[in-house]
Design a protein around this ligand. Sequence first.
Ligand code: NDP
Length: 508
Amino acid sequence: MTSKDNTNSSDVRGDRVVTTVEGAPINEPFATQRIGNHGPLLLQDIGLIESLAHFNRERIPERNPHAHGSGAFGYFEVTDDITDVCGSSMFSEIGKKTRCLTRFSTVGGEKGSADTARDPRGFATKFYTEEGNLDWVYNNTPIFFIRDPSKFPHFIHTQKRNPQTNMKDPDMFWDFLTTPENQVCIHQMCILFSDRGTPASYRHMNGYSGHTYKWSNKKGDWHYVQVHIKTDQGIKNLTNEEAVQLAGENPDCCQQDLFENIQKGNAPTWTVYIQTMTEEQASKQPFSVFDLTKVWPQKEFSLRRVGKLVLNENPLNFFAQVEQAAFAPSNTVPYQEASADPVLQSRLFAYADAHRYRLGANFNQIPVNCPYASRFFNPAIRDGPMNVNGNFGSEPNYLAQSKKYTYLQQDKPIQQHQEVWHGPAIPYHWATSPGDTDYYQPRILYQKVLAKQPGQQRNLAHNIGVHVAGACLEIQKRVIDMFSRVDKRLAADIKKEIQRASAPRAKL
Ligand code: NDP
């Protein structure tokens, strides 16, 4: 495969000779060179030395977070005209198809952890467009635990292992999240601990941008946008007990489900929708559109259909095409921009930087990451470790204003007509809002949405209760207090579930 070709073509030939990495044939690839039959090995056995040395270097740093995942190739097809909202070429005409790769993942667990862990699921898609690679790095929840990125490393640490015991730690998990200034997590916690926190498969869950983005049309009119990717297979979740059981019996069940369904031609599909909001509408909302803990009410901001995502092609090599895939919200294309959401702004730096660390500075040259559909040329990006694409040959490595080289200006809308920001540079603590603002949406979820789904209110209380039962009494009380601000009955049910799950322990 070359860097200009990330298709699933295999380069395998029929008759094969085992060689060194330099291509020289090895006569006895499955034997070591020894003195006589039982004597010591010889340093001259280059094939052996190469194989052992490379084996020691097979692992690359796993992602931190989102280490564990599965992926598949496919395409996005435009079904509805949205050129009034977005001028990106991928939406230019109905029927247009763009090749893509989607990677699903859990967040907190290590690379080999169970597919059924209670965790948000990553839902990241890379589109190979002619305007460059576009990554929608989304989750299966429409919101997140935090809205200030300074909290992010702390939050993720609490989902990982205790530094001393090396075990997952319910005290760490709930201590952080019930700290008053971190209770902005409450909306996400109500989704995470509903049965949507344990999807039955990747095929049976939705993806959401969560963040607000800024899309504009070719005239320069712009909107705030949220994207919803809804499963056509229907939502299907596991109960807590089913998830725990599957984690033991078949921890790779979601990988298996995705791979086998694609293999037998049952390609999963999703319908893509957008919600749009004008700047004026945004100024009238009771919440900030840059607040990652809030959704846009669908009755006011209805879903508008855009297209279809189809995953119909399994990767040929997981390491090359999924483990090395580098998704980053900063990979965007004309007419799709980041908003001022501070978590999104920090992700614009953090994701690409993670890939520079994990894969090296030239990670874009790895075939799966290569913007092969674009006329990629960047005079500033040169050299570096593992530069394998020819390094632009004799092209200038600086902006050369000579007759030989002309640089075309993209006809992008000029951003000076968009938002204008004023103010001093201040440390702004965007902690829990005074009053009820952060509890309003989770309350609707509990009292209206879950109430219509038999057993779902009870499962929410149960799923929280069995998890919190592992925490100390003081933290259990804080959890009950936090959920009582959503709904008193929910808090009372959680208390009962904690007592049931920790029967031999001290009663609250
Ligand atoms: P609506 O009644 O118009 O929308 C409710 C939405 O809730 C549905 O469209 C569905 O979105 C989603 N939903 C259904 N069952 C569950 C569940 N078990 N767990 C989580 N989400 C579920 O009301 P609002 O738009 O005012 O939203 C009400 C609440 O629904 C919100 O506070 C939020 O908690 C939740 N929600 C809202 C979304 C939004 O974009 N407005 C998106 C997802 C959840 P879907 O078809 O995408 O699953």
